[in-house]
Write a protein that binds this ligand. Structure first.
Ligand code: ATR
Length: 290
């Protein structure tokens, strides 16, 4: 297929900075594989220009949008509609155009849960989960886990007020589902042994700080599943330590792939070939410039 043409549909990623985004390579690879006349490209936009750029783009031949930092929350006021769970999360990463109206979704949490359920081959329902970090990613993951019937979600963050705010937001929608755990050894050590799954949503362990651990290694135990949303490196120090003692581990690549796959499905109605998405991302991450 020769493209772009005037018929080519556009999928645009809005964010800033976008230098290191892997979404264009993932989505464009799938468009090509499926011979779809669509193109995905990143547009760096400042907060000041977001409204003008978004408004202009919606008048073009759009397939849809992805939204990333720092616009995931600010974009909501520019949308016509929002999916209910996304409204509870308070952040949008995917936008569809439905009969001329813009509708916001969040596929990050769903993407994470799919990755976990695929890798661990079990449902997250009834599980007790311990989440390190309370930023944007944790918010999507925690709210989605609660919506899937997790029994308890413990939140632990350097800035405890952010954990308290997220916990209160979760409990407003899912009564008594969440509690805050102070980021010190004794309280963490009292709560973690009863948990099924530990999730690192902080950037600790991510390149160029790959030598750091988000918690004391002595807190890990066999029988705890350990997930990291960091995908660069694919095996963080946390996952290495967990692996060594026999924990099931889940790296951050699955969340990246499945959030993209769910966005793709929302825009096109088509289930993309996820194995192709994994393969292309693995090759980019393994390359010297990945
Ligand atoms: P994301 O969208 O990926 O979640 P974010 O919203 O910037 O990114 O959140 C980053 C998370 O990592 C926060 O929970 C942050 O803790 P604070 O809320 O205290 O800032 C956590 N984090 C980042 N660097 C950290 C560090 N060196 N030690 C502890 N926590 C850290």
């Amino acid at each position: 297929m020769q493209y772009p043409t005037v018929h080519t549909k556009l999928a645009v990623l809005l964010g800033n900075p976008l230098e290191h985004t892997l979404s264009p390579v993932m989505h464009n690879h799938v468009f090509k594989k499926l011979d779809m006349d669509c193109i995905y490209f990143p547009v760096e936009v400042t907060a000041e220009n977001l409204k003008t750029v978004f408004s202009g783009l919606t008048r073009m031949n759009m397939l849809g949008f992805n939204v990333t930092m720092p616009h995931k929350m600010n974009i909501i006021s520019l949308l016509d509609d929002i999916d209910p769970l996304t409204a509870a999360i308070g952040a949008v990463n995917t936008i569809c155009l439905e009969r001329g109206r813009t509708k916001g979704y969040n596929t990050d949490g769903e993407g994470f849960v799919t990755a976990i359920e695929q890798d661990l081959k079990q449902s997250v329902a009834q599980k007790k989960v311990f989440i390190l970090g309370c930023g944007g990613a944790a918010r999507s993951i925690a709210m989605t886990l609660a919506s899937k019937g997790c029994e308890k979600i413990f939140l632990c963050n350097r800035t405890i007020s952010k954990a308290e705010a997220l916990s209160a937001d979760i409990n407003k929608v899912f009564e008594d589902c969440s509690s805050v755990v102070p980021r010190e050894l004794p309280p963490m050590g009292e709560v973690l042994p009863a948990c099924d799954l530990l999730i690192n949503t902080t950037s600790i362990g991510m390149h160029p700080y790959a030598d750091n651990m988000p918690l004391d290694e002595s807190l890990l135990f066999k029988g705890l599943a350990v997930a990291d949303i960091v995908y660069n490196p694919l095996e963080t120090l946390l996952l290495k330590a967990a692996n060594k003692i026999g924990c099931s581990v889940v790296n951050g690549l699955g969340m990246l792939v499945y959030q993209g796959a769910k966005a793709f499905k929302l825009w096109t109605g088509v289930d993309p070939p996820v194995h192709e998405m994994f393969e292309v991302l693995q090759s980019v991450i393994a390359s010297p410039h990945g």
